[in-house]
Ligand binder design. Structure first.
Ligand code: SPD
Length: 366
């Protein structure tokens, strides 16, 4: 063979090697779709360092967004994090693959109480592992609220659902989650009805209550309240426990003089569980299992809990959790608070239609 021929052969061989290692590098990816403000970035970095698997991380702030994508299929995601009541109906719809538990040795670290609660939605814990959990309650700026009404009922849903009371705080800014599965149960509970009711008349009644206070609400949004509270742009929000506490931390870091507090209303609040699952058509199921197993490492999930102020479903992680977080009843509710928390079962297609229609009319005022 001529020198030119040899060189061409060498170049072709080099190209083949490059293509093969390129393909291998491409395979070493896991595509994760999680809630916004729900992880410490260093956990993702640690995962890549330990496994060589790159994480493509994307975020959402509503179960509806996640569910729409999952039901359409072909999301390209390997790990997703639905809340329990959504997980249950998505399992029924065949959206997920069963977890290969032989690839999840760190399951030994899970908190049995949390796994048991999750099993109500995922019998036998076959499809999902709890990531984090929390409550949906009231975030507020104590200084601004006190300046308007020193006796404001910050420990009660009255501050939102009593039309005369909420109207006092309209001028300092109120945001509410854009999540009917949070607000309708809260309104039902306030009305003395079952927060879990799937009865159309009950959902309509909750909708009427929400409509009566909606003119006081500046925005329905499920993530912007963190910065809005932290910057002092609003004084009241219906939000998720850890998000409100992140707002408090951001304000403290910024030293901007803004104070933020979280309350679990005395009438009761929703307890939610967000869980890691693998879509049936995940392109990288092995990497997904490696990712879930890594998140189940006590010191890694503890790092995220410390960063985002949410409780997690990993009992062994508690020795790595900052005592200020572990002992904060707003994050790890005590037995007394737990008595007032409620879970929600999945909405069936009919009640979901009513819920969606009522919610649209709350937001549009029509
Ligand atoms: N920023 C993270 C928020 C996580 C909230 N999960 C919502 C659960 C709703 N049922």
């Amino acid at each position: 063979m001529s020198k030119l021929g040899l060189r061409a052969l060498g170049a072709a061989a080099g190209l083949t090697v490059a293509l093969i290692s390129g393909a291998q590098a491409e395979d070493k990816v896991v595509n994760v779709f999680n809630w916004s403000d729900y992880i410490d970035q260093s956990v993702l970095d640690d995962f890549t360092k330990e496994t060589g698997i790159k994480v493509v991380y994307d975020v959402f702030d509503s179960n509806d967004i996640l569910e729409t994508k999952l039901l359409a299929g072909g999301t390209g995601y390997d790990v997703v994090v639905p809340s329990a009541e959504f997980l249950a109906r998505q399992i029924q719809a065949g959206v997920f693959q069963k977890l290969d538990k032989s690839k999840l040795p760190n399951l030994v670290n899970v908190w049995p109480d949390v796994a048991e609660r999750l099993a109500v939605y995922d019998p036998g814990n076959e499809y999902a592992v709890n990531y984090m959990w929390g409550t949906t309650g009231i975030g507020y700026n104590p200084d601004k609220i006190k300046a308007i009404d020193p006796n404001a009922p910050v420990d009660s849903w009255k501050i939102l659902f009593d039309p005369e009371t909420v109207a006092k705080f309209k001028s300092c800014g109120i945001y509410v989650l854009d999540a009917p599965e949070e607000l309708i149960p809260a309104a039902l509970n306030y009305l003395g009805k079952d927060p879990n009711s799937k009865d159309s008349a009950d959902i309509e009644a909750a909708g009427e209550l929400l409509k009566s206070i909606a003119p006081n609400i500046q925005k329905f949004n499920s993530s912007e309240y963190i910065n809005a509270l932290a910057n002092g742009d609003i004084c009241l929000a219906v939000g998720y426990s850890g998000d409100v506490l992140q707002a408090r931390n951001r304000a403290a870091e910024a030293k901007n003089g803004v104070t933020v507090a979280y309350s679990v209303p005395k009438e009761g609040a929703k307890l939610f569980f967000d869980n890691m699952a693998i879509p049936a058509d995940a392109p990288h199921p092995e990497e997904a299992l490696a990712f879930i197993n890594f998140i189940l490492k006590p010191e890694e999930i503890a790092k995220s809990s410390n960063y985002v102020s949410y409780a997690n479903g990993n009992l062994a992680s508690q020795k790595f959790i900052d005592p200020a977080i572990l002992n904060d009843k707003a994050i790890f509710p005590d037995a007394e608070t737990m008595k007032h928390l409620y879970g929600i079962s999945p909405y069936d297609p009919k009640s979901q239609r009513v819920l969606t229609r009522v919610w649209t009319s709350v937001k549009t005022g029509m």
